[in-house]
Design a protein around this ligand. Sequence first.
Ligand SMILES: C[S@@+](CC[C@H](N)C(=O)[O-])C[C@H]1O[C@@H](n2cnc3c(N)ncnc32)[C@H](O)[C@@H]1O
Length: 463
Amino acid sequence: MPARPRTPRSGGAVSGRDAAFQALLAAETGSVYVDQALTRVLRRAALSARERALATELAYGVARRQGTLDWALAHFSRRAPERLDPPVRVALRLGAYQLWYLDRIPAHAAVDESVRLVRRHGPAYAAGYVNAVLRAAGRRGFPHAAVPPRERDLAGHLALVHAHPRWLVDRWLARLGPEETERLLAANNRVPPLSARVNRLRAEPQAVAAALADRGVPVEPGRFVPEALRIGHGVQPAELEAFREGALTWQDESSMLAVHVLDPQPGELVVDVAAAPGGKSTHIAERMGDRGRVVACDVDRRRLAKVGEAARRLGLRCIERLALDGRRLPERLGGRADRVLADVPCTGLGVIARRPDLRWRKAPGDVEALARLQRELLRAAAACLRPGGVLVYSTCTTEPEENQQVVEAFLAEAGGALVAEDLRPWLPAPLQDEPGTERGWIQLWPHRHGVDGFFIARLRRVR
Ligand SMILES: C[S@@+](CC[C@H](N)C(=O)[O-])C[C@H]1O[C@@H](n2cnc3c(N)ncnc32)[C@H](O)[C@@H]1O
């Protein structure tokens, strides 16, 4: 049994490598994802912009490549990485990533820094061990010869080269074919675009873009939604004046599209079944001119508090928070809502680029396990609608079991009380001909559309 890791000292990281190590170890030993852990570590640490950038590059890079790094490290280590103490495993991955994937870091620095980290945070035996394994890894290089050739084992090859678990590669190969699967895997390993939504109750997108450009922030219009801006990397979102003043919300364009498809109108009663942290509830309120009622429901009271914070920052008053299991919403609002958004919990397999360790934490069973909750939330969402009302079902995943199949099963069970609606009138021209739009749904993909993997379906209650 590996011993319990020593908790990294909480005095704040002193370097980018330290920060990356702390974030990776926190994710390895707890339930947080690496991106969340890194945000916390960087908030506590007073690091220069350069060290922060190094921390981000290392933490994301190692988290992405984790499976491939472990496979390769097993060639140099007597013990399989999963049987090592977590600080040892993390120090090895961090060192190997720098040796094999980054050009500008000298090999001795990559090795020595990992040894230093493990000496500070790991068990007594570990410094010599990490030193020996990483020196061998540096000398002999990545074991390319051991990667199965594409012709013999395509899934195994792609899983190692693009660092994804094999079960996901198998799934996507069966559905998308080799060429497209490889493009998706590569897109999942790129730094995703940083998009923001302009609060049109406060400012116009062109004016915000011009103000950002004046301050030297690289900015361009969104691809699909008029209130979207694409902002250059390296910007610290919370530090922008436009954000603090309530003119901006950080959000991917795919999420903005869900609210366009819902098309809420001023004065309506709109229910958001799973609303926290409020990205879509606040967008709904903005599109309604802050007139009407938006009921933002979420089962997680702490997360729901964030909806209140976002609404206050954006100056929105028409949002009411409701801490409740969304499956119980019909008891309160049955048959009353003009529109309902069911942006349900999902595996998140569409946001692998933003959440780099997610791919290693999900298992095939998670896809089916979530489908049940999704179906129940969709059923409850539909029960809140008045006749004629509109329902949007959305997820940030790419898997049909959580998407089309949930909607189709629900429609069959609803026996004609709800129907799928042609999505094209609510989509921008470049997306109107995507597969499924006529039948009421769209699947967005990182490699095809340059946004998060995201699913949107629109239904209407006819009786
Ligand atoms: C995909 S997130 C929602 C994101 C949100 N719509 C936004 O745009 O900011 C899913 C949410 O579902 C919530 N949730 C999970 N189970 C739930 C349930 N049974 N009822 C209501 N909310 C639930 C989670 O707490 C989480 O906040």
